[in-house]
Design a binder for this molecule. Structure first.
Ligand code: ADP
Length: 212
């Protein structure tokens, strides 16, 4: 898989640098019968994408990295904070009925449950709420803290974590979302949400070459 679609001129530039590097921008321009200014955007793209490297007063040289190596490097740099969503939380004392309403109104598949200090105490998924609805009990009388998955069994992540590490956790734990948290003296404060949809967006952006 190619990281970016290179045009003919960019392919030619790579070949020239491969054969002659280190080589100055001026010399590359001469070989192509172009001005340095015309060449500048292409050189910027090739350097940003990682095909070429530039050293001051030395010139351009070929990094030797393939498209898929560059893509892997790029993926391994993407952080949670670049793709996070706003979290939807509910209080631990609300009823299962109210949680179902919140889930519908907010259009999310996972609710994060917090205590009166706003600290993460649990997670509620669609299936948790469906399971509770199967019983004969009145849903307005069951507080969510009875049916939620609770701390310390919650998988969390930090804003600075790598997306790929969170993706691995989602697969391993077979869950759809993780709360993004900030550590405080009282516990984890919920500051965001990372879901399978966010991770799908990464794939779409990579496919559209929007992350050169
Ligand atoms: P669903 O069950 O609606 O498909 P999930 O696959 O996300 O949604 O949830 C499966 C189970 O894992 C549920 O019981 C849920 O409470 C729990 N769960 C969801 N997210 C987390 C998380 N981040 N950490 C720990 N448990 C979670």
């Amino acid at each position: 898989m190619e990281t970016i679609e290179l045009n003919k001129r960019q392919e030619l530039i790579i070949q020239i640098v491969k054969d002659n590097g280190p080589i100055t921008g001026e010399s590359i321009a001469d070989r192509l019968n172009l001005t340095r200014a015309t060449l500048r955007p292409d050189l910027a793209i090739l350097t940003m994408a990682g095909y070429l490297d530039a050293r001051p007063r030395v010139g351009y040289f070929y990094t030797g990295k393939t498209g898929s190596q560059l893509l892997t490097e790029k993926i391994k740099k993407i952080k949670v904070k670049e793709y996070q969503s706003i979290p939807v939380v509910c209080d631990e004392n609300v009823s299962v009925y109210d949680a179902i309403c919140t889930m519908f109104l907010e259009d999310v598949g996972t609710l994060f449950v917090v205590n009166k200090d706003g600290i993460l105490v649990g997670v509620l998924s669609r299936k948790d709420l469906l399971r509770a609805s199967l019983g004969k009990q009145e849903l307005t009388n069951i507080p969510v803290n009875i049916i939620m998955t609770r701390m310390p069994n919650i998988t969390v992540c930090l804003k600075e974590d790598l997306i790929v590490d969170v993706a691995i956790k989602l697969i391993e734990k077979q869950i759809d979302a993780v709360p993004i948290v900030k550590e405080t003296e009282k516990g984890f404060e919920v500051v965001g949400r990372l879901t399978k949809t966010n991770i799908t967006k990464v794939l779409v952006d990579l496919g559209n070459d929007e992350m050169i």
